[in-house]
Design a protein around this ligand. Structure first.
Ligand code: RIB
Ligand code: CA
Length: 309
């Protein structure tokens, strides 16, 4: 029986690859996409979510737009990394469909409340939508089977340092107040940080691009174009968000540390730093923090599914 999953995303080139992986994975059923400002402004990330789903033949999956601003701090995009349109400038036509009239908060609540305890939310952007949904519906965290987050840098490996500042990962840095709300929510949580997603063994390189170029499907074509864009300006194409989704597809790819999560939310040079504390007493239930990943096995899973007909 496949697992019902919602993706809360800020596409974003790697978010787009996470959507493609979700649609190609029989372990799960992607039932909802919600969008948040992050890699680009909300209207851009929402446009991108719609056109990625349309390109991949998944117009039936509802898209609900969420927060245009972080909870407190001003919005700051990452257009530099993701291109002028936050989707690598790849040539994907606009979707003929619009986002749902429902807000992300309402859509996320309805998603979880439909089958309490059975549904998984994977968040690969700033946590503003998740935090607002938890604030509006305090019973929501317990309704989720699991919340999987791409975010943070916990110093668990040599890759576990910041990418927005020396200490902070972009998603958490973009909205540290939302992270604080989510980390304290009591939801059953797994977080995948730069500790594993910046491991070069998990990233795509030139040989992977050549393999993707040999494909002849909308999925392989989009993955190839995104990878080519990333390789123009970076040594590899990091798969931060597909790695977070992979926790739901095959948990054995990862090792985990366990403890309660802390984030430095004050607007100073430490803003966005994340810490996992193994010694904190309850009530915060311990989160699982990815501490290692089998990079080659993850890449094989990812690439084989990008290439499937
Ligand atoms: O730090 C990496 C994260 O920030 C990824 O989710 C990427 O898409 C950006 O949102
Ligand atoms: Ca993202």
């Amino acid at each position: 029986m496949s697992l019902s999953v919602a993706l809360d995303i800020d596409p974003g080139i790697d978010d787009a690859l996470a959507v493609a992986l979700a649609l190609r994975s029989s372990e799960i059923r992607l039932e909802l996409v919600t969008t948040v400002a992050g890699n680009g402004p909300l209207e851009m990330t929402t446009r991108n979510a719609l056109r990625v789903l349309h390109h991949l033949g998944a117009d039936d999956i509802p898209v609900a737009a969420g927060a245009a601003q972080p909870l407190r701090k001003p919005f700051y995009g990452a257009i530099g990394y993701h291109g002028h349109d936050a989707l690598g400038g790849i040539d994907l036509p606009d979707s003929p469909h619009a986002a749902d009239t429902k807000t992300a908060v309402d859509a996320l609540y309805e998603f979880a409340a439909t089958k309490p305890g059975e549904r998984v939310l994977v968040a690969t952007g700033p946590l503003t939508n998740v935090a607002q949904a938890f604030q509006r519906h305090p019973e929501l965290p317990a309704m989720l089977k699991e919340l999987v987050i791409m975010g943070g840098a916990f110093g668990l490996t040599r890759y576990g340092t910041g990418n927005q500042t020396p200490v902070a990962e972009f998603n958490i840095w973009q909205d540290p107040d939302a992270a604080e709300v989510v980390f304290a929510s009591g939801a059953s949580m797994t977080i995948v940080g730069l500790d594993v997603t910046n491991d070069p063994a998990t990233a795509l390189a030139d040989d992977d691009l050549a393999r993707l170029r040999s494909g002849a499907t909308p999925t392989s074509r989009m993955a190839a174009d995104i990878t080519a864009f990333a390789l123009k300006t970076h040594p590899n194409c990091a798969l931060h968000d597909p790695l977070a989704l992979a926790v739901v597809l095959d948990r054995t790819l990862f090792d985990f540390a366990h403890g309660s999560l802390e984030v430095h939310a004050a607007p100073d040079t430490e803003m966005g730093r994340t810490i996992v504390r193994a010694d904190n007493p309850p009530p915060c239930p311990p989160a699982a923090v990815a501490s290692a990943v089998d990079g080659p096995r993850f890449k094989q899973l990812f690439l084989s599914r990008m290439m499937e007909h």
